[in-house]
Design a protein around this ligand. Structure first.
Ligand SMILES: O=C(O)CCC(=O)C(=O)O
Length: 276
């Protein structure tokens, strides 16, 4: 599943950079075989040939304009022009990849021993161009969590050069926390006040991995290559993080990096509790 040598990447240096700037490259982690499998599974899901209960889809616009996106419509029939698929942890190959030992080392170093995921999703900019994702932060009131998560691990499934809409960052913007309590898109007046002179484009090759602080201002433009530009992004957090939403039943979050022997132990404890 992993690129030969992925186990030797200098993760400590990357984590230092992520802490200072809000993002860092960790290098090439995914092998060609797993990339091909992840791409194929994403396409099969979009086309409705592979499906899991509870997958979340968002179709992209025909106008390539982020403001025209529609919400809450789910899967709208077979097309490769979906922008997002969430809940990819339901797929065994995505699940195995997001549990890989390189990501485990990063997550344990940043978060601690007990880790869960908030979300695991595909960000797709289809061959039609996708849409322009504005400066945003990944957190805020809509996330409904008692403690804001700080670690996302992003993997390029295709090459993502600048013309494909690579991810762009404003370094250091994670340090001041959320621009607004709501989170999400950073209001243009905040961007104007800070300035964009030090904007960093981070082009990537398929298999490259970035670590991204949830609060760093990041965005991505249109895909002008005529080929899909897909990426897999996972938000990891401390397993003690609780959902505080009130309108619906609180979410529970799946634990990751759990050794099979620990799962057996947890099951034994459950059985023990059930028996009492
Ligand atoms: O892939 C992209 O264009 C952006 C992804 C992103 O915003 C994220 O992973 O948080």
């Amino acid at each position: 599943m992993l690129e030969p040598g992925a186990g030797d990447l200098d993760l400590e240096a990357a984590i230092r950079e992520y802490r200072a700037r809000g993002f860092a490259r960790i290098g090439r982690v995914a092998s060609d075989d797993v990339l091909a499998e992840l791409r194929s599974r994403a396409d099969q899901m979009m086309l409705g040939r592979l499906s899991y209960e509870g997958l979340f889809f968002q179709r992209d616009t025909e106008s390539n304009n982020y403001d025209d996106l529609e919400y809450g419509k789910g899967w709208q029939g077979p097309t490769l022009n979906y922008r997002k698929i969430e809940k990819l942890e339901k797929d065994p190959v995505y699940w195995a990849f997001l549990n890989n030992p390189v990501f485990a080392r990063v997550a344990h170093a940043v978060i601690g021993n007990e880790v869960s995921i908030y979300r695991a999703f595909l960000m797709n900019k289809s061959s039609h161009g996708g849409s322009n994702l504005p400066w945003h932060q990944d957190g805020g009131r809509f996330w409904g969590l008692d403690v804001p998560p700080e670690l996302q691990i992003w993997t390029a499934l295709d090459d993502a050069p600048e013309e494909a809409g690579c991810v762009e960052f404003l370094p250091g913007t994670h340090e001041k926390g959320l621009a607004t309590p709501l989170g999400g898109v950073v209001p243009p007046e905040h961007v104007a006040a800070r300035g964009e002179a030090d904007l960093v484009h981070v082009p990537a090759r398929a298999g490259d991995v970035l670590i991204i602080h949830n609060h760093v201002w990041h965005r991505s433009g249109l895909n002008r290559t005529g080929r899909p530009r897909r990426a897999f992004s996972v938000c990891y957090m401390n397993a003690a993080t609780k959902c505080v939403r009130k309108k619906r039943a609180p979410r529970s979050f799946v634990r990751v990096f759990v050794k099979p022997s620990d799962r057996d132990r947890d099951r034994d404890v459950d059985r023990d509790v059930d028996a009492k």
